[in-house]
Design a protein around this ligand. Structure first.
Ligand code: ADP
Ligand code: ADP
Length: 224
């Protein structure tokens, strides 16, 4: 079964359609990249999948129904500056919808945070404060906070969009490397076609609003 599905979804702002009749399925473990120009409705699509906005028409089938959960990473990491990296990642457990952390106790939570940092290759950053991180490191920490509670779906909204080109290439390679280990289905929103082709198992093109969502047949997995 899909971890999330949209059927004929439409969204309008003040009567102006932004998404019209969008169909999409996200399969377990896959990375679906959605690319499109600014204003095409990519963030709106992500907000519908994250339940941050209701669709005006069509059906939204989300993983919550199957017991999983959805987490989002935005372009800015939004880390708490007074907490260490570990403390920031632990927030991903503290704000769990079903409140697991407090019942399971602190030692257990700390172990789970350590495992997540390890899996993402950032264990060496555990005791730093956000002010001591580069932009690329801060986004890795934001991803760790999002995946520490093992969501069934991770939504990434231009996660590397604010990084300079070299840091960005580095972060893309990193995400490709850790994906297998995580095994979490991901939807990546980007305006960068090269990024979509490099990271996506499947790539969808969202045309200028309210344009169709069109899937590419076979994304190329090589970097030019
Ligand atoms: P609607 O009124 O069509 O249901 P929303 O409730 O989502 O749309 O609108 C939320 C608020 O965001 C509105 O007050 C709207 O004026 C404001 N807004 C307008 N233009 C934009 C924009 N380009 N990006 C984000 N918010 C906007
Ligand atoms: P993208 O992420 O592809 O740039 P968005 O989903 O952010 O596209 O926005 C699609 C269109 O809807 C844009 O024209 C934007 O200005 C408009 N828009 C986004 N949010 C709102 C809102 N809350 N209220 C009104 N208009 C909005």
């Amino acid at each position: 079964a899909a971890v999330a599905e949209l059927r004929g979804v439409g969204v309008a702002y003040g009567g102006r359609p932004v998404l019209a009749d969008v169909d999409l399925r996200i399969e377990p473990g896959e990375l679906l990249a959605i690319v499109g120009p600014s204003g095409a409705g990519k963030s709106t699509l992500l907000r519908v999948l994250a339940s941050l906005r209701e669709a005006d028409s069509g059906q939204v089938l989300r993983p919550e129904a199957g017991g999983g959960s959805t987490r989002v990473v935005f372009q800015a990491p939004h880390l708490l500056p007074w907490r260490s990296v570990s403390g920031n990642v632990r927030i991903g457990l503290e704000y769990r919808a079903n409140g697991g952390h407090r019942r399971r106790g602190r030692a257990d939570a700390n172990a789970q945070v350590a495992t997540a940092l390890d899996e993402l290759g950032i264990a060496d950053l555990a005791n730093r404060r956000p002010g001591q991180l580069s932009g690329g490191q801060a986004q890795r920490v934001a991803v760790a906070r999002a995946v520490v509670a093992n969501p069934s779906l991770l939504l990434l909204d231009e996660p590397f969009g604010a990084l300079d080109p070299l840091t960005r290439a580095d972060a893309q390679e990193w995400l490709r490397g850790v994906r297998e280990r995580l095994g979490i289905a991901m939807l990546l929103i980007t305006h960068d076609l090269e990024e979509a082709l490099y990271l996506g198992d499947r790539v969808g093109l969202l045309h200028a609003a309210p344009g169709p969502l069109e899937f590419l047949d076979s994304p190329v997995h090589e970097r030019a």
